[in-house]
Design a protein around this ligand. Structure first.
Ligand SMILES: C[S@@+](CC[C@H](N)C(=O)[O-])C[C@H]1O[C@@H](n2cnc3c(N)ncnc32)[C@H](O)[C@@H]1O
Length: 280
């Protein structure tokens, strides 16, 4: 695994929406870049391919991506539904929405984007054949409500994939295990819905959907994107909350830098994707 120097790159890079929302707010100018960097992670690409295959969108169908970001999956939907279908992205962040619309103009895609929120989707009941919600639930204080909205807007027989990471699966190596544990606990404490991944199946089931399959991929950080920078930031937060000392933080960063230099480094979190359908 190639690696960058740890702690020097200003992006979050562990992928899968790997940081609390407020980190996005800190780096507003970088938001679109971060979205693109995360989407480029091999684990995200593989699970997206799995999701698109599992959803098997057909020509003429209607498909929606909830929390569509810069819109890449809506473009894929648009290609698959063709001229007789519809592909929509719903996104609450105006900057991401504007970027998605700019990309539509550039590409000539038939994808459409609307402003909206997972808690109150701006559509009538039983509107869509297919829905996708990728790396959004970890940001939600009420994911069950969002699951209910997804169930509401799906037609009977409609399919959905919801995917998100689970911070209980984070691996940071090398480093003292007790210190790493505290740093991961800090990440968990700072994430709105840190165990989103393991809860997806239950939340979709509670919303009246039937779970058909669960896929997963570890998002393994390779060099150059800056996961080390994320670990360094979280380690700073761990110091601030008193769970590790400055010395322990510095040693962890030194260990990661040495690991990065020798190739003995592993930074990952697992993302889960649940395929479900609405009973006919
Ligand atoms: C890590 S990004 C993923 C974007 C896109 N789904 C993708 O996979 O490229 C998280 C997305 O969740 C969106 N989001 C956050 N809170 C939301 C909410 N309450 N309703 C809908 N989307 C939300 C953000 O604006 C952002 O686009």
């Amino acid at each position: 695994m190639a690696n960058s120097s740890v702690g020097t790159v200003p992006h979050d890079g562990l992928g899968s929406g790997s940081k609390p929302d407020r980190f996005d707010r800190d780096g507003q100018d970088q938001l679109v870049d971060v979205q693109d960097l995360q989407a480029a992670l091999p684990g995200v690409r593989r699970l997206r391919n799995w999701a698109q295959d599992a959803l098997a969108v057909q020509p003429g169908e209607s498909a929606v991506d909830i929390g569509s970001g810069t819109g890449s999956e809506v473009f894929t939907f648009a290609d698959r539904v063709g001229p007789t279908g519809s592909a929509l992205g719903v996104e609450p962040d105006p900057r991401l929405l504007a970027e998605a619309e700019r990309r539509v103009r550039q590409s000539g895609s038939t994808a459409k984007f609307v402003s909206g929120d997972a808690y109150g989707l701006p559509f009538g009941s039983e509107t869509f054949d297919v829905a996708l919600c990728e790396r959004v639930f970890q940001h939600l204080t009420s994911p069950a409500r969002a699951a209910g909205e997804i169930a509401r807007v799906l037609k009977p027989g409609g399919r959905v994939v919801v995917m998100d990471s689970d911070w209980g699966t984070a691996v940071v190596h090398p480093g003292d295990r007790a210190v790493v544990h505290e740093v991961i606990e800090t990440m968990i404490a700072g994430t709105t819905n840190p165990f989103a991944g393991r809860r997806l199946a239950g939340q979709l089931t509670a919303a009246g959907l039937v779970v058909d399959d669960i896929g997963s991929h570890a998002l393994i950080q390779d060099g150059g994107i800056g996961a080390g920078a994320l670990v360094a930031r979280i380690a700073d937060m761990s110091v601030a909350r008193g769970s590790i000392t400055e010395q322990q933080r510095d040693q962890l960063i030194a260990d990661l830098e040495a690991g990065a230099a020798s190739g003995d480094i592993h930074l990952s979190v697992t993302i889960f994707a649940v395929l479900a359908h609405k009973p006919a």
